[in-house]
Design a protein around this ligand. Sequence first.
Ligand SMILES: C[S@@+](CC[C@H](N)C(=O)[O-])C[C@H]1O[C@@H](n2cnc3c(N)ncnc32)[C@H](O)[C@@H]1O
Length: 212
Amino acid sequence: MHHDFWHQRWQNQQIGFHQDEINRFLLAHFQALGLQAGQRVFVPLCGKSLDMHWLLAQGYQVVGAELSQLAVDAFFTELKLAPEITQSGPLRHYRTEQIEIFQGDFFALTQGQLGSVDAVYDRAALIALPDEMRKQYVQHLMSITQTAPQLLISFEYNQSLVPGPPFSVSKPEVSAHYEPHYVLTELASTHQEKGMKGQYPAEETAWLLRPR
Ligand SMILES: C[S@@+](CC[C@H](N)C(=O)[O-])C[C@H]1O[C@@H](n2cnc3c(N)ncnc32)[C@H](O)[C@@H]1O
């Protein structure tokens, strides 16, 4: 997926992926990670997700990575916060007391820039990427987070009916990516007859990934 694709999405406000409510799997299952307030949660490809508002309200430190400056600016505006902004290599680093966002290409973010994280929350990051990029995403994510535990939400539908994003990522594919490094637990799954763009059946699954 080219960067221009996402920049245009944000420019034209074609952000159907953005949820107006906190994700129900996050609400129901984040506690499975067993974190304490003050611990650091990484949200890759974070957009301006309200899920980060919820994580902040629970007292976690939140670190996001997002390509679009429009998204990052909107995120801080909606929170009524004025971050300190510095350049960090090719990325822009937005920082307040409880939040950091690295704006730029996720694949350019290093472990040194990110620092230590206690967990990863992946909603619509893995499934935002086409097949060949997903392998790179998984490798890079595990590398920069040192295989931190994850709450991951995957999404599956008949890919031949409609192109992504979101892309269909099957349960076997999730296992193939992560099983060598994590113990995977399927926490919950929901099937919706018109879950893909209001037209096609889709299944959404929440996973707990614990490092082996
Ligand atoms: C499907 S959206 C999901 C956003 C967010 N996780 C949510 O739940 O609303 C994917 C996001 O990833 C961002 N993105 C795509 N490629 C990226 C990259 N290489 N580095 C950083 N962010 C990227 C896009 O701009 C977009 O905001």
